[in-house]
Unconditional design. Structure first.
Length: 308
């Protein structure tokens, strides 16, 4: 019986997703929490009216791959590479600026049944964003949504393939949080949780005469940041009402404090505010939501910096 502990996940750049995979691929293995990338089909039902009240036909119209790849935040090199693909940029002097570069990957999932290996390969995958969630009681969770062209299956590795082992740096947790900076507030409040959701608004482009999409495409990048703050005064509400442009950033350090990663948005607008009173015996928290826009100073809407 197959067990999840026997699953191996790897990826490589997919420069030509409509051609057969070549030889000598250096697959990068991943430290992952879960994944649900699977074939995704779209069907259509006939509208023919029948005297026996039955359905005349069901046809398959589209075949593609979709799902998510869940990981825990770390300073592993392969994680930095996935960030660059998702943000459509490249690391320069320990800074990654979101941009417009286009990179597709192939994700390989190996499942073992006894001594037999079965491979699913998801071709032409676009990383359709990047979400992060940090709370006080766990690791920093990260998810990459995936949009792919098609699924291939096999019972052997690709010709002369090699597999690069994943990194071994510690995963980062809520306790490694270094603080939230919000230029819209004079007093920085203590944080209960923080998250963001960046989407590339990707799509799978269908064409007539083919079940497989013609391509996968990127759209407008939109990032929403959400912070849950301990209530200390009405300043957060007052600044929300004033609607200033604000810079927002937060980061995490490694347990040994020798390395750090920071997420930065140079120009944001607060788009939601809430101070729910959930019931008795509850700490009052303020919830603020920001939406990032293009910042001419940093020449991007989203950038990530790393230290050491």
């Amino acid at each position: 019986m197959a067990d999840t502990s026997d699953v191996q996940l790897a990826y490589a750049i997919d420069a030509n997703p409509t051609a057969a995979l070549g030889s000598g691929i250096a697959w990068q293995l991943l430290n992952f929490v879960s994944e649900d990338i699977d074939p995704d089909v779209e069907t259509a039902q006939s509208k023919v009216i029948r005297p026996d009240a039955s359905l005349k036909e069901v046809r398959r119209m589209a075949e593609r791959s979709t799902g998510t790849l869940a990981m825990e935040l770390s300073r592993d090199a392969e994680f930095d590479a996935l960030l660059a693909i998702s943000l459509r940029g490249s690391w320069v002097s320990n800074q990654l600026k979101a941009g417009v570069a286009k990179s597709l990957i192939v994700v390989e999932e190996r499942t073992m049944e006894g001594s037999s290996a079965f491979y699913n390969r998801f071709r032409g995958c676009l990383l359709n964003g990047f979400t992060l969630n940090a709370t006080t009681d766990g690791m920093v969770d990260v998810t990459f949504p995936v949009l792919g062209l098609q699924t291939e299956d096999a019972t052997a590795i690709t010709t002369t393939a090699t597999y690069v082992q994943p990194g071994t740096t510690p995963v980062l947790a809520g306790v490694d949080f270094t603080g939230l900076t919000d230029s819209g507030l004079t007093a920085q409040l203590d944080v209960g949780s923080v998250s963001f959701d960046m989407t590339n608004n990707g799509r799978q482009d269908a064409k007539l005469g083919s079940k497989t999409p013609r391509s996968v495409s990127w759209g407008k990048r939109v990032t929403t940041i959400t912070a849950e703050l301990f209530f200390a005064s009405n300043e957060a509400l007052q600044r929300f009402k004033a609607d200033p442009v604000r810079a927002v950033s937060f980061g995490f350090k490694t347990p040994d404090a020798t390395s750090q990663i920071n997420f930065n948005w140079g120009r944001c607008r607060a788009t939601n505010y809430g101070k729910p009173i959930p019931g008795e015996n509850q700490t009052i928290m303020v919830q603020i939501e920001f939406t990032a826009t293009y910042d001419p100073t940093s020449a991007t809407d989203f950038n990530i910096t790393r230290v050491a």
